[in-house]
Design a protein around this ligand. Structure first.
Ligand SMILES: C[S@@+](CC[C@H](N)C(=O)[O-])C[C@H]1O[C@@H](n2cnc3c(N)ncnc32)[C@H](O)[C@@H]1O
Length: 266
């Protein structure tokens, strides 16, 4: 019987997840493991420990994005994963695209949840973020992972490590960037020829546009970051316009759509 393509992909992913679960640097089963049951981490909860941390010294002026994300960093670290299954699938699929010898950079790494799981499977993984508080939390989480280092850096101001990289990753970030076309162009120039850009982005353009007044109200109250509503099609076109070829794209999850895109530098 001829099975649809996604059937085989699911089976492959399940097999991969099973293999990875026997590895100490596991990618699978983000189950709540803390006494408060909030954190979907395989490592012990660090929320209490992080409360003791002093803010990291800031070497450069804060962007409006960094002001927001620094303020919410500890709450973000303690928040339950909204879509653990979608996150799990994102991790497994991303891992399947990376090789042991790869040099990888992640943009907007947040508290490092993805970085600590993927870094043990590549040669070198540099996780970056615009918010020094996020980097401070992520650095604690990543302690002891030899291939992982962190940098307080963002696209647009020359602060990103130079590369070139085999793959650049950005999860839940592109809709937050103030100048997305410029950032995509910069990233394209930092990837090796035929290397990959792997991203996942909440895409609230199109039918979700009606949420805009609510977002504006939340922004006015300081409860939502500066962001853009972008449709999946527009996002994919922007990625193509700077010179990538899109090899795979999928919504993880479907509602509201978060577009997982694998793009190869051409
Ligand atoms: C929604 S969180 C996502 C964190 C992580 N990638 C994840 O999926 O859990 C967005 C992250 O992007 C960072 N960020 C926001 N604007 C940024 C920018 N212009 N450059 C780099 N990072 C940025 C924030 O500090 C925050 O850590």
């Amino acid at each position: 019987m001829k099975r649809p393509r996604h059937f085989h992909r699911r089976i492959r992913n399940a097999a991969q997840a099973a293999r990875l679960s026997s590895n100490p640097a596991t990618l699978v089963s983000p189950k709540p493991t803390t006494s408060h049951g909030l954190c979907y981490n395989t490592e012990p909860c660090i929320t209490a420990a992080m409360a003791q941390l002093r803010p990291m010294q800031n070497e450069k002026p804060e962007t409006p994005q960094a002001v927001f994300w620094n303020r919410v960093a500890h709450r973000y670290a303690a928040m339950p994963m909204r879509n653990p299954d979608a996150w799990q699938e994102t991790l497994v699929r991303t891992h399947g695209l990376l090789s042991n010898g790869d040099l990888v950079m992640e943009l907007g790494c947040g508290t490092g949840s993805t970085a600590v799981r993927l870094a043990p499977h590549v040669a070198a993984y540099t996780a970056t973020d615009d918010a020094s508080e996020m980097i401070a939390i992520a650095t604690q989480r990543g302690e002891g992972i030899a291939s992982l280092k962190f940098a307080h850096a963002r696209p647009g101001d020359g602060s990103l490590p130079p590369g070139p990289f085999d793959a650049i990753l950005a999860f839940n970030l592109l809709h937050l960037l103030p100048d997305l076309p410029a950032a995509l162009k910069e990233v394209h120039g930092m990837i090796k020829p035929t290397g990959l850009l792997i991203t996942k982005t909440p895409c609230l353009g199109g039918i979700y546009q009606g949420l805009w007044p609510l977002i504006r109200a939340l922004q006015a109250l300081g409860k939502a970051p500066p962001l853009r509503f972008i449709s999946p099609t527009r996002l994919e076109n922007m990625i193509r316009e700077v010179g990538f070829v899109i090899e795979d794209s999928d919504d993880l999850p479907r509602r509201p759509p978060s577009r997982f895109i694998v793009a190869r530098r051409s």
